[in-house]
Design a binder for this molecule. Structure first.
Ligand SMILES: *Cc1c(COP(=O)(O)O)cnc(C)c1O
Length: 459
């Protein structure tokens, strides 16, 4: 690697997409039309779109070339066998079930092993994971370490599972109640924070003691592997690929969204060792997704995912990826805005609870901040707080989420440093008038995943 300190994008741009520049009047009108829900915006009304890193990245020329190689045979296509080879080599798992997204893998898994009276334990369930667990009738229990709930703690592995709490829960309830333990790498809803190998090994030991299977929610396995390489003692000499392979070999299965660390625009998979469970899962796959050698994907998607899984573990890519997120975090901190520390792998999470202490949780401070970033500069982030995770009680009141965050997720290989500099400038502008921001109330909502469609009004 070069001796200079600037970490450059390990690619050059090969084709471009132009940005739109809606003026302030248009942005105000767009907010009203969308019911102040940023999911409701027309993407053409957004300037810098940090809503999600899911499926929004740029594919490489190798991935696009792979798309031309897609074999669309209904059964047993060449593209499936290539996909299978890559996933099996990475995960060591023999049963690989292709799905159209991560949530389809979740639905199939929890329909097969969840249900009323059961509980799934996780460091922190992601929103679709929680929804699919609860939809099956099971309970979704989060057992992240206490540091993982404290935005200001600088713990290097804030995504770690609280191993003692896990052991206590399993001792008390046993495997009759807990069919599965999951670890989400990196911990998306907890700030994109990594899980250490040491923690995974300890979780494995507890699961073995109670004879409960352990799965990874593997969406950002490569970013997690890079954090292990750079932060965990004794790991620096290993390649991200070696570390990732070890992570997968510590578990019995995984769910994966290929829209994240497989660098594809769509796709996912469910993989496991247990062939009897896989048989039950494939029955649901055929019912809802498709035949077992394409699941929810076209042959060309399988090619893009296979190539993406190879590229994501390149060290020059991961160095640039993790550094560019940290760069945005440094700029936001320099503007005096509190964030979840340290910066996550795929996103920076602004701590709206401490940034806007005058807005109570039931007036959704993070929603207010997300709206203001769009209003000020056309930057779209997403609320990860009481709109997304507030628990509604029967009497109409709500238990707030533990954290009120605005997530700015960075699409892979998509924005340049000046896009990020612009974003930081918008945040600094909003920070200079934080006291003027007001809360919001919800005027309509759905029972599941309400944050996607709820409508709001300013208070
Ligand atoms: C995105 C994501 C999912 C769901 O994947 P989709 O492809 O969006 O359905 C599950 N878990 C985590 C941690 C995620 O980030």
């Amino acid at each position: 690697m070069p001796k200079f300190k600037t970490i450059i994008e390990p690619f050059r741009i090969h084709s471009t997409q132009s940005l739109n520049f809606p003026d302030p009047e248009r942005r105000e009108a767009a907010l009203k039309e969308a019911g102040f829900n940023l999911f409701g915006l027309h993407a053409d009304d957004v300037i810098i779109d940090l809503l999600t890193d899911s499926g929004t990245g740029a594919m490489s020329n190798r991935q696009w070339a792979g798309i031309m190689m897609g074999d669309e045979s209904y059964a047993g296509s060449r593209s499936f066998y290539r996909f299978l080879e890559v996933v099996t080599d990475l995960t060591g798992m023999s049963e690989v079930i292709p799905t159209h997204q991560g949530r389809a893998a979740e639905w199939i898994l929890f329909s097969s092993i969840g249900g009323p009276g059961k509980a799934i334990l996780n460091n922190t369930h992601f929103d679709t994971t929680r929804a699919n667990v609860e939809f099956s009738g099971a309970e979704a229990v989060d057992l992240v370490i206490p540091e993982g709930r404290d935005p200001s703690s600088e713990h290097p592995f804030k995504g770690n599972m609280d191993v003692d709490a896990l052991d206590r829960y399993l001792t008390e309830h046993g495997r009759e109640r807990v069919p599965l333990v999951m670890v989400t790498v990196t911990n998306n809803s907890g700030g994109g924070q990594p899980v250490s190998l040491d923690n995974l090994r300890k979780v494995r030991a507890v699961c073995d003691k109670h004879r409960v299977p352990l799965f990874l929610d593997a969406c950002r396995f490569a970013e997690n592997a890079y954090f292990i390489k750079t932060r965990e003692e004794g790991q620096n000499g290993r390649s991200p690929r070696e570390i990732a392979r070890e992570m997968f070999r510590l578990v019995d299965g995984c769910t994966m969204s290929a829209k994240k660390d497989a660098m594809a625009n769509i796709g996912g998979f469910l993989a496991m060792k247990d062939s009897e469970l896989a048989r039950r899962c494939r029955n649901l796959l055929i019912l809802t997704e498709g035949f077992s050698t394409y699941g929810g994907m076209a042959g060309y998607d399988l090619e893009a995912v296979a190539t993406g899984l190879e590229e994501v573990l390149e060290e020059s890519y991961l160095r640039y990826r993790i550094r560019s997120t940290a760069y945005l975090a440094e700029k936001i901190l320099a503007a005096g805005v509190p964030i979840v520390r340290p910066a996550g792998g795929h996103a920076v999470y602004i701590d709206a609870k401490s940034f806007l202490p005058h807005i109570p949780a039931d007036q959704y401070p993070a929603q207010s901040l997300a709206i203001e970033l769009y209003r000020a500069g056309g930057v779209r982030g997403v609320e990860i707080g009481s709109v997304m995770f507030g628990k509604r009680l029967k009497d109409g009141t709500e238990t707030p989420s533990t954290m009120e965050l605005v997530r700015l997720a960075i699409p892979r290989r998509t924005y340049t440093q000046s896009h990020i500099d612009y974003t930081a400038e918008v945040i600094a502008d909003v920070a200079s008038r934080a006291k003027e921001l007001r809360g919001y109330k919800i005027v309509s909502q759905e029972p599941w995943l309400r944050h996607f469609t709820a409508r709001f009004e300013p208070i």
